[in-house]
Design a protein around this ligand. Structure first.
Ligand code: ATP
Length: 693
């Protein structure tokens, strides 16, 4: 209690922002000095007022040439110290709102000219989410945001803040109102300026402007280290995930006292984020994460955990302090080049080479299962029904599980039978294949301060938005990077792709057997051809995925690759033949040719016309040689799943069938299936990532 009084006194003596008496922006009067069509700074025509903040009024304006900008008219009672502002003005990063200029008009009025962001800020998004949750009669909406949305904002804001920090700047005013959504890209605005703008009656003294909910305790002591930004990001993450603030109160003093003394209640925060928020909200700045990179990894957000592909890599020519983070989450995606198995590609600081990191993170299937559980848990928590109803629901769920154990248990055992060895092998291989970066040109992330201490740092040499590398150059850098990966990391990725392809095979088997046996009783004999096809497809794809790991480092020599493909095709044919016999699959179906071809090669067939092993081997060898089999497994292929490639494979198979017939339609299904499966299972670097660099 004593401590609280002491803290309260401290809060009373703290310097509060000039506008603290009414800190909620919504209550500020929205009177604007300028009207639409006013010309300011001799070149900008005001279109409309956007809002009024602590520093002044913000307008949407256009230049004479039509460039859209946001203009902030700094309040008269604030002094603007322009010395040093240039440091902020010359920062360029995809996740920062660009500051174009700070200038004075004829009346000596200071204006900040900046990039105009049309999208909402996080404050508005959170308020909307709260309103939707309040009016959601089905109670399915979270009180904060969906986790994926929160991650998207968090990662984008972190990337912008990391860039500021690497440039030696502290934002000082991170809050939801200063984070914007620009067409899916999170942008941090209002950075650094608070240092250069101060209340005139305290000339020369830098003012604390942050809204109290996001203000780190040490700000009261005049400490403005970069830790205050991490603190604010922690508060924002808490708010996004729970819809509530960790420290709230009726007055600024009450909030400040809570920042100084209270511990946040993390019980409503999903498990995965408790640690990062706990660390970010430490009262002692030295106990917070060392930097943004550490904060992100505590949030389980290192690049290798996000199995998505890169979209943009942004470079800043002024970047000297090591890597910057860049987040371009169109479609909620991270900005790294990440393969299906979690690899990450990023250009290094001199832009001369790219690093393709392979996964060392959580196993993708385990992650998917964990995410589903946490979604289910969130849904369960959000379910606002009486405890009695919840109990009935829980008992019903358990009963349903128990009733279905007769098939659930065998299925789970089967899954475990394949999954556990795969998981162990993957884990062992990844343990051996550390470090996370394989490019000799890249600095080991753990050896250099500020350099990417998580796997996904990107550095750049250009202002965002202007491509500096042609697609071909980027492609060649990615190739180099792919070629520099260790054999172990490739093996790990192969294992993951193999597992994925097994799941795809299971789905194919299910679909094809359901369609093919809709009017046939389910017997082992009837099922055998489907199992046979699924196995042949899987084996074919698995081998190609493995060979693809050796091909991915170069564009390759076509003839050699066709020969290798043909050899693997012969193996697939042999396996198909052996498995067909083992499963007693009728091999004499659909052998007739549509074209009256020659009787060759007659020695490949029994007198009954049933293909011998040689026919199967010849057929698939020819097919694999004909199709460019390295394309569907190439991480740099144009699209993840090309239906054109599938069509070509099926038509190609039909052509080969005219020369060396095999059972149909199994042959065509196998050809199409192999191409679908390899494409779905092989890692892929999204092509517009390449075009936008
Ligand atoms: N670059 C911009 N593009 C579009 N809207 C902007 C831009 N900068 C600010 N705004 C909007 O203008 C309004 C006022 O912004 P401002 O930054 O002045 O106030 P604030 O963030 O509420 O308070 P403070 O100045 O204390 O940070 C807000 O609604 C904000 O979303």
């Amino acid at each position: 209690m004593m401590k609280r009084h002491a803290m309260s006194a401290l809060a009373d003596t703290m310097e509060l922002p000039a506008d603290y008496s009414n800190p909620m922006p919504s209550t500020r009067s929205m009177k604007f000095t300028h009207s639409p069509n006013d010309l300011v700074l001799d070149r900008y025509t005001i279109r409309r007022g956007i809002g009024v903040g602590g520093f002044g009024e913000v307008y949407f304006a256009v230049s004479q040439a039509g460039k859209e900008v946001a203009l902030k008219r700094i309040q008269r009672n604030l002094e603007v110290e322009l010395r040093g502002v240039s440091h902020c003005l010359n920062l360029k990063h995809l996740n920062l709102v660009s500051l174009h200029d700070v200038c004075r008009d004829a009346d000596d009025q200071a204006w900040v000219v900046m990039e105009y962001v049309a999208g909402p800020n996080l404050r508005e998004v959170l308020d909307d989410a709260a309103k939707s949750a309040a009016s959601d009669s089905r109670n399915v909406l979270p009180s904060g945001m969906f986790e994926s949305q929160a991650r998207h904002w968090f990662a984008g804001a972190a990337a912008g803040v990391a860039h500021l920090h690497s440039a030696g700047l502290v934002h000082r005013d991170i809050k939801p109102g200063n984070l914007f959504d620009d067409n899916g890209i999170v942008k941090v605005g209002d950075y650094g300026l608070s240092k250069f703008i101060s209340a005139s009656h305290r000339s020369g003294h830098t003012e604390s402007i942050g809204t109290f909910h996001y203000m780190a305790p040490e700000i009261g002591r005049g400490q403005y280290g970069r830790e205050i930004d991490l603190y604010a990001l922690g508060v924002i993450l808490f708010e996004m995930l729970t819809g509530e603030l960790p420290f709230d109160g009726e007055t600024p003093q009450e909030i400040i006292v809570k920042h100084l003394t209270d511990s946040p209640d993390l019980s409503r925060v999903p498990n995965q984020y408790r640690n990062v928020i706990h660390r970010c909200l430490q009262k002692d700045p030295s106990k917070r994460p060392r930097d943004v990179a550490e904060m992100l990894s505590l949030a389980s957000m290192p690049a290798d955990q996000t199995p998505v592909l890169a979209e943009v890599v942004s470079f800043d020519s002024k970047e000297q302090n090591g890597a910057t983070f860049c987040f371009h989450p169109k479609n909620n995606r991270r900005s790294e080049l990440v393969g299906a198995a979690g690899g990450v590609a990023s250009p290094n600081a001199d832009g001369a080479s790219m690093v393709l990191n392979t996964s060392t993170g959580e196993e993708p299937i385990a992650r998917a299962v964990r995410n589903s559980f946490s979604d289910a848990r969130a849904w369960w928590r959000a379910l606002e029904t009486s405890p009695g109803v919840k109990l009935v629901l829980a008992i019903s769920a358990v009963a349903i599980l128990l009733i279905n154990t007769h098939w659930l248990l065998p299925v789970l055992s089967m899954v475990g039978f394949f999954y556990v060895p795969y998981y162990v092998i993957r884990h062992v291989v990844l343990q051996l294949s550390e470090p996370t970066s394989y490019s000799p040109g890249a600095t080991d992330s753990r050896s250099v301060p500020h350099q990417n201490s998580t796997a996904h740092a990107v550095a750049n040499v250009r202002p965002a938005g202007k491509p500096v590398m042609t697609k071909a150059q980027v492609r060649s850098l990615l190739r180099t990077s792919l070629s520099e990966r260790t054999r172990l990391s490739r093996s790990a990725e192969w294992a993951t792709s193999g597992m994925t392809s097994m799941i795809v095979a299971g789905v194919l088997l299910l679909l094809s057997s359901v369609i093919g046996m809709r009017s046939t009783p389910l017997t082992p004999i009837a099922l055998a051809p489907y199992v046979w096809m699924a196995l042949v497809i899987w084996l074919g794809a698995f081998g190609l995925l493995g060979i693809g790991k050796f091909w991915e480092g170069s564009e390759g020599e076509g003839l050699v690759r066709r020969l290798v493909s043909a050899s693997w095709g012969a193996c697939v044919g042999l396996l198909a033949y052996a498995l067909g016999h083992f499963l007693m699959v009728p091999m004499d179906e659909g052998l007739g040719r549509d074209i009256d071809a020659t009787v060759l090669p007659v020695s490949f067939y029994l007198e009954s016309g049933v293909p011998k092993a040689a026919a199967m081997m010849g057929h698939f060898a020819l097919l694999f040689a004909l199709l460019r089999m390295w394309k569907p497994v190439d991480p740099l292929r144009r699209v993840r799943l090309s239906l054109w490639a599938v069509t070509v494979a099926v038509v190609g198979e039909w052509v080969v069938h005219q020369i060396v017939p095999v059972p149909q339609p199994a042959g065509m299904l196998i050809a199409g299936g192999v191409i679908v499966m390899t494409q779905l299972s092989a890692p892929w670097v999204k092509s517009n990532a390449i075009s936008t660099i």
